[in-house]
Design a protein around this ligand. Structure first.
Ligand code: SF4
Length: 293
């Protein structure tokens, strides 16, 4: 993806998690999807098992909705999909400036304000959303799980992944460190780095995964050359162990991060990481930039 103009970048940065009266489902113009993504928020309580220093979920304000109401979520999903598929969405002022090339319904994305796979009834919810997609005849629309990979080994999550596989599913798994120390510095979680690497490898043995990697400036410093080399080594280990990786998305901070010592990389720095990943792993890699400064 090439850098958009400032207006397009501003739209991309506007990922409010509410759409009019909706509480769980929100359409966004997605940089990484290249179209409209209908987000499903399975963590309205804003609780996550990671505490990433760059997290762009606004936790300064408490949400009024703290648990998923399945019936309301399904109704919101259906009405929002109809709105996007019909093109009525672009009559709303906040979507009127979406460029014609991006006026397409790309996916239903499970992400939101925390880690979606921590949702207790994950598999049942995925099945119900897939049924809505089938009923509306949206066969070509993808179902994207945006995950930190921490729970992919759990049985109910595995069942959910199998349902995704049967419905144009795609898993975007977070991996943005090469060393244990950097992983813990960035993600601030007690979950071992080894668990994340094993989960990604196991899931990628079953179907090809997309890796999502956010790199940033921490206290003014971009990731070191040694860290980036170690990151490429981890990718190589996953593929050597039989994992299939179809794309490495390299991106940077585009919205207000959790910590003030975090800042975006420049477009050139993101491009350099993409080049490095391609050279050291042979995997396809794509750049997604931060907001224009
Ligand atoms: S895994 Fe995602 S939601 Fe959780 S803290 Fe990190 S960036 Fe935020």
């Amino acid at each position: 993806m090439t850098a958009g103009n400032d207006a397009t970048r501003a739209l991309h940065a506007d990922h409010a998690r509410t759409f009019h009266a909706n509480r769980f489902v929100y359409p966004v113009l997605s940089r990484r999807s290249g179209g409209i993504s209908v987000g499903v928020n399975l963590n309205p309580d804003k609780i996550c098992n990671f505490d990433c220093i760059y997290c762009q979920v606004d936790r300064r304000r408490q949400s009024e909705t703290t648990f998923v109401e399945t019936d309301a979520l399904m109704a919101e999903l259906e009405s929002t999909l109809r709105l996007v598929a019909s093109g009525e969405l672009y009559n709303f002022p906040e979507f009127a400036a979406v460029p014609p090339a991006l006026r397409r319904l790309n996916d239903i994305a499970f992400s939101g304000d925390g880690e979606p796979t921590t949702y207790r009834n994950f598999d049942e919810l995925i099945a119900a959303c897939a049924a809505v997609k089938v009923r509306l005849g949206l066969d070509e629309v993808k179902m994207v799980l945006i995950t930190n990979a921490s729970m992919l080994h759990r049985e109910h999550v595995r069942r959910g992944l199998a349902i995704l596989d049967a419905h144009q599913g795609e898993i975007w798994a977070k991996l943005e460190a090469g060393t244990d120390a950097y992983y813990h510095k960035i993600e601030r979680t007690p979950i071992p780095f080894r668990q994340i690497l094993d989960n990604i490898t196991d899931a990628a043995r079953v179907r090809p995964l997309v890796i999502q990697s956010l790199f940033m400036r921490v206290d003014g410093e971009p990731p070191s050359a040694a860290e980036l080399a170690a990151f490429c080594d981890r990718l190589n280990e996953i593929t050597a162990d039989g994992g299939q990786l179809k794309l490495v998305q390299v991106y940077t901070v585009a919205r207000r991060p959790a910590e003030s010592f975090v800042a975006p990389l420049t477009d050139a720095e993101v491009d350099a990481i993409v080049t490095l990943v391609k050279e050291r792993t042979g995997l396809p890699a794509a750049a997604f930039y931060g907001v224009a400064t």
